[in-house]
Design a binder for this molecule. Structure first.
Ligand code: ATP
Ligand code: LTN
Length: 330
C-alpha cells in the first residue's frame, strides 16, 4: 500500500491554486493509501510571521483540510511542530545537505530576493527549508507526495538527500515519488499569467482565495486579464490569460480544452467568465459552510490530538533507525 505525505504552510489565506494543485488531490488517496496530511507551520516561520496570526491560521488550515473532505478516520491530520521528530530529523538532513545545492534552489532564490528587499536580510531558514521538507516526507517512509508542479525541485532534492543518507549510513529511507495532478498543477496569477498564483501575492486582484465570498470572486474573475482576440482558445503563448482561466475551468468541470472551445465558439469572454465564476462558487460554497462550522469547535482539537499521536508513533520509529544509522546515540 502506498504511503502518502503532503503539507501546506499556514502562511496566508489559501488560494484556488493551493486547492487545485494540492488540497483537492489529497482527498481521494485516503480511500486507498496510508495518508499523513500535515500543517507545516515550521516551514511558515522561514519568513517572519506574527505569532497570534500564525496560531490562528494553523487551526484554520486544519479546519479547511477537513472541510474539503479529509476524513480523520482515514487520514492522519496533524501539526508539524507538535511532532518533534520533524525538527530533529530536519537537523540531520541539514547536515546531509550542501550549501551550493541549497543556493541553487529556485524558491530559495526568489524568496531570498524578496525578503532582502523587504527586510534587509535573508533568513537562514529559507536556505534550510528543503532539508526540513525532506525530513517531513522521509519520516513516514512515504512513497507518494501529492504537490503542485512548483515543488518539483524540492522533491528532487528530497530524493537526493535520501539517497545520499542511505548510501553513507545504510538503507533507512524509502525514496518518495512526486504526484502532480493532470489539471490545475500550476494555476497562474489572474493579473500576471506569467507568474504563479500565490497566497503571499500583494496584489489582491491576482488571487482567488478559498474563503472569498461570491461577490469578490465575481469581481476578481471579471477583472482577470485576457486579450483583445476575443475567442476562448487554449494557447499559452498568444493567450496566456484566457488559457489560465481555461485551465481552472477544465480542472473544475472535468472538460477538455477542446470541449470548452467548442462550447464557447462564437461567444465572448463575458459568458465564459460568468460560467467560470459559477463553477468556482459552486465548488467552494459547501466547503465554506463546513469550514465555518469547524473553526471554533472542540472537535478540531480532538482530531489534531489524535493525529499527533498517530504521526508521532510512525515518525519515532524512522527517527530511531536514523539516529542509530548515523551513530547519534550513546
Ligand atoms: P507562498 O506563496 O506562501 O510561498 P504557496 O501559495 O506557494 O505559498 P504553499 O504552502 O507553498 O503555497 O504550497 C502548498 C501547495 O499548493 C503545494 O503543493 C504547492 O505545489 C501548491 N500550489 C501553490 N500554489 C499553486 C498554484 N498556483 N498552482 C498549483 N498548485 C499550487
Ligand atoms: N514546500 C511545500 C510545503 C511542504 C511540503 C512538505 C509539501 C513542506 N513540507 C512535505 C509536501 C511534503 C510547499 O508546498 N510549498
Amino acid at each position: 500500500m502506498d504511503v502518502i505525505f503532503s503539507g501546506i504552510q499556514p502562511s496566508g489565506s489559501l488560494t484556488l491554486g493551493n486547492y487545485l494543485g494540492a488540497l483537492r488531490n489529497f482527498i481521494p488517496f485516503q480511500e486507498k493509501a496510508e495518508c499523513y496530511y500535515c500543517i507545516v507551520n515550521q516551514h511558515a516561520i522561514t519568513v517572519p510571521q506574527e505569532a497570534a496570526l500564525l496560531h490562528e491560521r494553523t487551526r484554520n488550515l486544519a479546519a479547511l483540510y477537513i472541510a474539503c473532505g479529509m476524513d480523520p478516520k482515514k487520514a492522519t491530520i496533524f501539526v508539524q511542530s507538535e511532532v518533534p521528530e520533524h525538527a530533529l530529523l530536519g537537523w540531520m538532513m541539514i547536515c546531509t545537505s550542501y550549501v551550493g545545492e541549497m543556493e541553487r534552489m529556485t524558491q530559495y532564490k526568489s524568496k531570498a530576493r524578496k525578503e532582502e528587499a523587504k527586510e534587509g536580510f535573508i533568513p537562514l531558514g529559507l536556505m534550510t527549508y528543503p532539508p526540513l521538507m525532506a525530513a517531513d516526507i522521509l519520516l513516514y517512509q512515504t512513497t507518494l507526495v501529492p504537490v503542485g508542479e512548483d515543488q518539483t525541485q524540492h522533491m528532487e532534492i528530497t530524493r537526493d538527500l535520501a539517497e545520499r543518507f542511505n548510501r553513507k549510513y545504510g538503507e533507512v529511507f524509502t525514496l518518495p515519488k512526486m504526484w502532480a495532478p493532470q489539471g490545475g498543477a500550476r494555476v497562474m496569477s489572474l493579473q500576471d499569467p506569467s507568474s504563479k498564483m500565490s497566497k503571499s501575492d500583494d496584489n489582491e486582484w491576482a488571487t482567488i482565495h478559498m474563503l472569498d465570498d461570491t461577490d469578490t470572486i465575481v469581481k476578481k474573475i471579471k477583472r482577470a486579464v485576457t486579450d483583445s482576440l476575443g475567442h476562448v482558445h487554449y494557447d499559452k503563448e498568444t493567450q496566456p490569460g484566457v488559457s489560465n482561466l481555461m485551465s481552472i475551468y477544465a480542472a473544475l468541470s472535468g472538460k477538455s480544452y477542446e470541449d470548452i472551445e467548442r462550447d464557447y465558439e462564437g461567444k465572448g469572454y463575458g459568458i465564459f467568465k460568468k460560467d467560470l465564476t459559477d463553477l468556482i462558487v459552486g465548488e467552494m460554497a459547501p466547503i465554506l459552510e463546513r469550514y465555518h462550522e469547524l473553526t471554533g469547535s472542540p472537535e478540531l482539537d480532538r482530531i489534531l490530538d489524535e493525529g499527533r499521536e498517530k504521526a508521532e508513533a510512525k515518525a519515532h520509529a524512522t527517527y530511531t533507525r536514523a539516529i542509530h544509522a548515523m551513530g547519534l546515540y550513546r
